[in-house]
Ligand binder design. Structure first.
Ligand SMILES: [Zn+2]
Length: 281
């Protein structure tokens, strides 16, 4: 009994849960849905991004957010003329419950196929506080493609933020111009993270390095990511509404963001090397 209590206590202190508790007020705040470019739509909240890639044979969803956001997702899809029941594939950016815990409910309601990067699959399937657990229908690996009605997405394994963190790339056609889209899975080091002597994730630091080197190679016109704050959602949406059709075209913003996150990571890794065992504040 005591052992179980201690385990429960330890679980309460786990970084994932600490993160879930330190919620950003924008996480569950409604945000207008809109078309970003071509067949790509934003249907997430004011910070937790959900993207739809619309095809003639069904819709591909990247991220689901949590069950409490499900009514907002349905409303958002309606706002942009998409049908919730058309969701055919369910993809994820990384296995943190704020991004993926509605997978179970959406799969149940739409019959969509769930596809997750190998190293996140066990977390997605496991039942834990805030995680209902859902069977992964197709396990992905780095470079795998997801195709529907001629639309192709590439899954890039960009680990560190989670073991199976996934950056998605695709091309969209807008005004007869083909544009490269990058949807970053995550590259920030969250509070509570150990980069040195992390027993649950021993390769975390080299994994972050690998991720930064991959992100630097991706051609990018339209920069997006799992959180609105990564790519300046609110600001770019305001410019879009003000008439700037290219508000989300931001290749330099992508480069700057990757460089900034890499520097933040290196600084924190350096600090932890000097004081091992002290997690990110
Ligand atoms: Zn996360």
């Amino acid at each position: 009994m005591l052992r179980r209590t201690l385990r429960t206590f330890a679980a309460l202190l786990s970084p994932v849960l600490l993160n879930a508790q330190a919620q950003n007020p924008d996480w569950h705040k409604a945000f207008p849905a809109f078309r970003i470019a071509g067949n790509l739509y934003y249907v997430g909240t004011a910070d937790l991004a959900i993207f739809v890639i619309h095809t003639l044979q069904g819709d591909i969803l990247i991220n689901t957010n949590s069950p409490e956001d499900a009514p907002a997702l349905k409303k958002s899809m309606q706002q942009v003329g998409l049908k919730y029941s058309d969701i055919t594939y369910l993809l994820t950016s990384h296995a943190h419950s704020e991004h993926d815990s509605a997978l179970r409910e959406i799969k149940k309601e739409t019959g969509a196929t769930v596809m997750v990067m190998q190293d996140d699959a066990s977390d997605v399937e496991s039942i834990a506080p805030g995680r209902p657990g859902i069977h992964v229908d197709r396990v992905l690996r780095d470079g795998y493609t997801v195709e529907l009605a001629g639309v192709k997405l590439i899954a890039h394994h960009t680990p560190g933020h989670t073991k199976g963190c996934t950056t998605w790339t695709l091309r969209v056609l807008e005004n007869n111009t083909v544009m490269n889209v990058v949807i970053v899975g995550g590259a920030t080091v969250e509070a509570g993270t150990l980069l040195v002597n992390n027993k649950r994730y021993p390769t975390i630091a080299p994994d972050y390095l690998k991720t930064f080197s991959i992100l630097k190679t991706l051609p990018c016109d339209i920069f997006l990511g799992a959180h609105g704050e990564y790519f300046g959602l609110k600001d770019k949406y305001a410019r879009l509404k003000a008439g700037n059709a290219n508000a989300f075209v931001d290749p330099n913003g992508f480069k700057t963001w990757v460089a900034t996150k890499e520097q933040e990571f290196l600084t924190e890794w350096d600090r932890q090397k000097k004081s091992p065992g002290s997690p990110k504040k």
